[in-house]
Design a protein around this ligand. Structure first.
Ligand code: BGC
Length: 769
């Protein structure tokens, strides 16, 4: 990879080509707009190619024994180039030069290649592509081909294919293919179980007229075959303009009918109308419109970093690029996948990653977008009710992995090999990683702190809090011997450990969720009367408040032991310590599973990711300063950071603790998760939560942003090797610009309401304007 091209801090580049390692760049160069995401698979395809086009919300269950997942939709990226009868492929003939870039500022990816075919025809090729931020349905491609040492015959096969699958599982039926007037290729298909109609259109435009042009319909593939005779030095430009529509698109959804339309004609008509307009436009005009939207995004959202290493800045912008394309900001029927939509990893499902790792970014930069994420949880209540009742509980037990709104739990049951039994390892998170329900309550609390949005509380927030608290009230277990409520048999954030009791993170968050609901019941009649009217129709709220008050006071909250260490769970401090250096220095992930089975891991004092540290991160005032520091050091030394969620949160805490070198090291590890030298790290998609973490490292860590009940504070923790960090945030309607240097923190009010915040310990009032 190459990260120092000009303009510095904006260009992610690959300068060598390896046909066995193409998938990482497909993911990190993926392009999208929250509606669609297209992996940046090379047109001609290689051994390691995983083509992928994903549209938000189109979930489908390919086979009865599989879980629902985000389907890999028809592909438009494949193009074949036959030069004098030889197929263009960079692993054949001679590759004389190669450079591939993603310009984060415009969202355009380019590839320039000089190549000589085995028989000696030399070509220069330039490939460019983008997915539009201006019109979410459009993706466009441009290819320039110049023969440099002889005249050639060039045959181009390009169109649409339904040969894509999710690693073998086929979601789309073969569909109906036809050519429309004007040479537009159209493919209509639908998902085989959820019956979501999908239309894909594409139009090719050429700078020279093909000598022959033929529509070719094959099994699951519809291409145009175009033949050209090019003179030496003549450049042919091919433009491929495409658009996607599905029955789940917002315009086809009437409020309350969350699934949209299953009528393929409506979807086809929308695609036909847009594709017809392609005749009057071209790649450059469409790109300009999209780049303008990108420029507006950067003008508002850029986080500027001046440091002795320009990779620090690039890593941040890379995160911001993906944060912008992983969310559909106007649609609260859909969440954010753990890989965004940049690959099949985690099946497009949403996890606690959303509230804990991603939401802070959206909330402090575009609160309306954060509201849609909580809206997605509110609309998912039917699935959470289903899960609770299936497990004998009340209220809302949110799925660990979520897909479509009423799917309920969609965590797969098996994954990976157990090194001891040789069988597939069972995945228990869907059954017992339950803290997600409390995490969502925390998200509601944070949203309200940052916005004071009473309308949201009235319509959705209170209901979420009440239903979540009802779940926890039915979940906690009374222990006669200890005379307290405990929460047994769970998985905490540290997924190396299953069937643990009293995971501190889970227990503290449970009490927090109960407290918030109890407060909400108290405030509702005056503050949120509509919510009160609705919920008091369903429940005896006074009785519920009394129950919550009683139970929350009796839930066991783990305290520091004689050495000052808070037990992560009841078992942890009694486990066997082993030498972790081998795994701490691992290049990839999960290498410890090559030596130990999940059952054996339960006996080892080793953590996958921030667990107690995560608790101290989101509730920094739980313990005194000495206890916090001691526990941070104790648990970090036993943590393998085997989840992309881990480094970033450790960075924040390390910065707060004044462990400057460690904080910067953690930041650089966080940006290296996807951009680092490991060429297999991101094959199945980028790590969404890590993108949110990167933002949190700088804003919450180095600029020390903390949120409190009704307040916001900043504290200067700028790394010594950085000169400046600057960013915009929104807090309670005030738009603020924050600059952090070693001289201090400057906050400029950019508009909106007046606000009071705390800067380096000093309360300050910022008047409107
Ligand atoms: C982590 C979880 C996370 C999931 C999706 C797992 O490896 O342990 O905490 O939610 O990945 O990102």
């Amino acid at each position: 990879m190459k990260y120092d091209l000009e303009p510095r801090g904006w260009i992610v580049a690959e300068e060598t080509f390896d046909p066995c390692r193409t998938a990482k760049c497909e993911s990190i160069f993926a392009q999208g707009n929250g509606y669609i995401n297209i992996r940046c698979a090379l047109e001609e395809g290689y051994l390691d190619t995983y083509r992928g086009a994903f549209i938000t919300g189109t979930f489908n269950k390919a086979m009865p024994d599989e879980v629902t997942e985000l389907p890999n939709l028809p592909d438009v990226t494949a193009m074949e180039f036959i030069v004098n009868g030889e197929r263009f492929a960079m692993d054949q003939g001679t590759l004389q030069s190669y450079l591939r870039t993603l310009d984060l500022h415009t969202g355009e990816a380019t590839r320039t290649v000089q190549w000589k075919s085995p028989a000696g025809a030399a070509l220069e090729l330039t490939f460019r592509r983008f997915v539009s931020l201006d019109n979410e349905h459009i993706a466009a491609f441009s290819v320039e081909v110049t023969p440099t040492n002889q005249d050639i015959e060039l045959v181009v096969n390009s169109g649409i294919s339904t040969r894509n699958s999710n690693t073998g599982s086929q979601h789309c039926v073969e569909g109906e293919m036809r050519m429309l007037p004007g040479g537009i290729l159209r493919l209509m298909t639908h998902t085989n179980e959820s019956n979501v109609p999908i239309s894909v259109h594409c139009l090719h435009k050429f700078s020279a007229k093909p000598s022959e042009s033929l529509p070719v319909i094959e099994r699951r593939r519809f291409v145009g075959r175009y033949t050209f005779r090019l003179a030496k030095g003549q450049t042919l430009r091919i433009e491929k303009l495409t658009c996607y529509h599905t029955g789940r698109d917002l315009p086809f959804t009437v409020y309350g009918q969350q699934r949209g339309t299953t009528n393929p004609d409506i979807v086809a008509a929308a695609g036909d109308a847009l594709a017809a307009k392609f005749a009057d436009t071209g790649y450059d005009a469409l790109l300009a419109a999209s780049a303008k939207k990108w420029a507006a995004y950067w003008a508002e959202q850029d986080v500027q970093i001046e440091s002795d290493d320009s990779f620090d800045q690039l890593g941040m912008r890379f995160a911001l690029y993906h944060l912008n394309i992983m969310i559909k900001r106007d649609d609260d029927r859909v969440g954010i996948g753990a890989k965004g939509m940049t690959g099949e990893g985690y099946k497009g499902h949403s996890f606690w990653d959303t509230e804990m790792f991603l939401m802070p970014y959206y909330l402090l930069t575009d609160p309306a977008a954060a509201k849609t994420l909580l809206g997605y949880r509110w609309r998912s209540l039917p699935g959470a009710f289903k899960k609770a009742s299936e497990n004998g509980y009340q209220g809302a037990m949110f799925p660990w992995e979520s897909a479509w709104l009423d799917d309920g739990e969609v965590t797969p049951l098996y994954c990976g090999a157990d090194i001891v039994t040789g069988k597939s390892s069972p995945v228990l998170t869907g059954m017992i990683e339950q803290h997600i329900s409390a995490d969502i309550a925390w998200g509601v609390w944070l949203y309200y702190q940052a916005t004071g949005d009473d309308d949201f509380m009235n319509r959705r927030g209170c209901e979420l809090l009440i239903e979540i608290a009802r779940f926890w009230a039915s979940r906690v277990e009374w222990q006669d011997d200890t005379q307290r409520y405990e929460i047994k048999n769970v998985i905490g954030p540290d997924e190396y450990k299953d069937h643990v009791d009293n995971n501190a993170f889970t227990n503290y968050l449970t009490v927090f969720a109960m407290e918030q609901a109890e407060r909400c019941i108290k405030d509702m009649p005056t503050q949120w009367p509509d919510a009160y009217a609705k919920l008091s129709d369903s429940y005896d709220l006074n009785a519920l408040a009394a129950e919550l008050q009683d139970k929350k006071a009796k839930v066991y909250l783990p305290q520091p032991n004689a050495d000052g260490i808070v037990p992560q769970n009841a078992q942890y401090l009694g486990l066997d310590a082993i030498d972790l250096s081998k795994y701490k220095n691992q290049q990839g992930v999960s290498s410890i599973y090559e030596d130990y089975s999940p059952a054996q891991m339960n006996q080892l004092m080793v953590s996958k990711q921030a667990d107690l540290v995560m608790l101290m991160r989101i509730m920094p005032d739980l313990f005194d300063a000495e206890t916090r520091r001691k526990n941070f050091i104790f648990y970090e030394s036993r943590t393998l950071h085997d989840s992309s969620l881990s480094h970033g949160q450790h960075c924040v805490l390390a910065a707060w603790e004044g462990l400057d070198d460690m904080a910067l090291d953690m930041y650089r590890h966080a940006i290296a998760i996807d951009l680092g030298p490991n060429m297999k790290s991101s094959d199945l998609g980028i790590h969404s939560a890590s993108m949110g973490n990167v933002w949190q490292c700088v804003v919450c860590g180095f600029a020390g942003l903390e949120w409190h009940e009704g307040g916001l504070s900043l504290r200067n923790h700028l790394p010594a090797s950085w000169q400046r960090a600057a960013f915009n945030i929104v807090w309670r309607g005030a738009k603020l610009h924050v600059e952090v240097t070693h001289a201090g923190i400057t906050v400029t009010h950019r508009g909106g309401s007046a606000v009071e915040i705390t800067v380096d310990g000093q309360p300050v009032k910022l008047a409107a304007e």
